[in-house]
Ligand binder design. Structure first.
Ligand code: ADP
Length: 487
């Protein structure tokens, strides 16, 4: 089967978060089964250009008409392993410093930018002669593609047998724009209706994916249930309940070729379950990089995270005093909301020996944290899947997480009596619950033998993409056979 995979970020070309990791890995595992030919469509951002890859120019000035405007784009290709990555080049839209916006806020033309991307990606399939059996779109940035397939291209023979799957990686980001965006994208004005794309007076791109794709998936089983409740539904729980017969939770996976302490070239020293020596070397280097005392005996708790309310940073901020009373050190790497950043910077002055902080997006430093920390803290208020806990496990760094979404699905509480489990969990989104769980971790840490066993449990956990890629293939197969029967 031919699968066209649409994503607004793809590692290692462009990345702000977990979606990039998924879009970089899942297609490779799908193609690796030998049952799918996969092409990934993504914007040609400035940060992609800066990588200086040997790209092939597949087509120039490909015309695309959008809301009566005659526009065009260039199509660049990069073949990596068994997957072709197709980049949509439109410098007005994508040759910018950031992907979605500056620290001051989103780019005001994001509706047009990603509407264009979604439309151009469909046109690029034609230009490349890649007639897809199925289009798999991800998050609001690709969701308009399903409105184009349903309305603009309804009678286009090229897509007459094309099935569709839409994956929600984070329901809170919906792509809300003024009504005028419909005309700008050449979509029918009648879609400005509650039963279509209208959402509290705005046009909601995510709704296009939820309503018009044949099946909707999200990235863990628990999150697929949570988003059908008012608490986690972000105003779309009713619609998701309505689609519940075609809504599936498929857990994200890890590409262990890219995330493995035995071969990771970006960490201070390699190590594996049989010899953890490199982990200690990494810990000392981590402490040095963050300007903290070179003490091996105190546990180091790492965080690599967007500084956003979702990630529970406010809980961490409130819990700092209690955390440091446990005798642990905390290192945080992140970018995001100014308010959280300023609070952490002030806290860094108050706890210079215990808190390490770097405001940056830095892949090498992130991996040094996965390798050099003893524990990894993820106090998310909600977490669709979460990848950082899975990376931590592989690096023998014990997750301490809030029991929500994918965190709850992947982490089992360590039981000192049976020595089973791979981490520590807490339920309440409160500083007290966080400190209590970290306390359990710190006490276990001081029992060297038990801790070693826990570290080995963690490193043995297997969240490889193989299983989840097979689940996607099964879903594709069902959708494709329905799509070919329908026409
Ligand atoms: P989300 O996509 O919600 O941000 P995930 O846990 O799914 O969270 O994925 C986050 C990804 O982004 C991981 O690969 C993580 O290592 C990476 N990441 C997040 N913040 C940073 C940062 N400041 N520097 C480097 N990598 C980061």
């Amino acid at each position: 089967m031919r699968i066209a995979f649409l994503s607004s970020e793809v590692a290692p070309y462009s990345k702000t978060g977990g979606l990039a990791d998924v879009a970089g890995a899942l297609p490779k595992f799908l193609a690796g089964t030998g049952r799918a030919e996969v092409r990934v469509f993504t914007p040609f951002y400035r940060e992609v250009r800066a990588k200086g890859l040997p790209l092939v120019t597949a087509a120039e000035n490909v015309p695309v008409s959008l809301g009566g405007r005659r526009l065009s784009f260039n199509l660049y290709e990069h073949r990596a392993g068994n997957v072709t990555f197709s980049f949509i080049g439109s410098d007005d839209r994508f040759d910018r410093e950031f992907l979605y916006g500056t620290p001051a806020g989103d780019y005001p033309d994001n509706g047009e930018r990603f509407g264009f991307f979604s439309r151009a990606a469909l046109e690029a399939m034609k230009a490349a002669g890649f007639r897809p059996d199925l289009v798999h779109g991800n998050d609001w940035q690709s969701a308009a593609a399903f409105a184009f397939l349903r309305f603009t291209l309804a009678d286009d023979p090229f897509f007459s047998r094309t099935g569709s799957v839409f994956t929600i990686h984070n329901l809170a980001y919906q792509g809300l724009f003024e009504k005028e965006i419909l005309a700008a994208l050449g979509l029918p004005a009648t879609l400005f209706d509650l039963n279509h794309l209208e959402f509290f007076g705005k046009v909601n791109f995510l709704k296009a994916g939820i309503l018009y794709a044949s099946a909707v998936t999200t990235v863990s089983r628990k999150y697929s249930r949570e988003i059908q409740t008012p608490e986690f539904g972000c105003g779309l729980d009713g619609l998701l309940r309505h689609r519940s017969d075609v809504l599936f939770g498929i857990l994200n996976g890890v590409d262990y070729e890219a995330w493995n302490p035995e071969s990771d070239a970006l960490i201070p020293a390699n190590y594996g379950p049989r010899d953890l020596g490199g982990k200690t070397v990494s810990k000392l280097e981590l402490l040095r990089l963050f300007g903290l005392p070179a003490e091996e005996t105190k546990p180091v708790v790492g965080m690599v995270t967007r500084l956003a309310g979702q990630k529970g940073l406010d809980i961490v901020c409130e819990a700092l005093e209690g955390v440091f009373k446990l005798g642990v050190r905390l290192v945080i790497l992140g970018t995001g909301e100014k308010k959280i950043q300023e609070f952490l910077e002030a806290a860094r002055q108050r706890y210079p020996e215990d808190l390490g902080l770097k405001i940056a997006f830095d892949e090498k430093l992130a991996r040094t944290i996965y390798a050099g920390s003893d524990m990894f803290l993820i106090p998310s208020r909600y977490e669709p899947c979460g990848l950082t806990q899975m990376y931590s496990l592989k690096y023998g760094t014990i997750p301490v997480v809030r029991a929500t979404g994918g965190l709850d699905d992947t982490i089992q509480e360590f039981e000192p009596a049976t020595l089973r489990g791979n981490g520590f969990k807490f339920e309440a989104a409160t500083p007290a619950a966080l400190v209590e769980a970290l306390g359990r971790a710190a006490r276990t840490f001081s029992d060297r033998q038990r801790w070693r066993r826990l570290v080995l449990n963690a490193m043995a956990a297997d969240f490889s993409w193989d299983r989840s890629a097979r689940r996607y293939l099964e879903l594709y197969k069902t959708i494709i056979s329905l799509a070919s029967r329908r026409r």
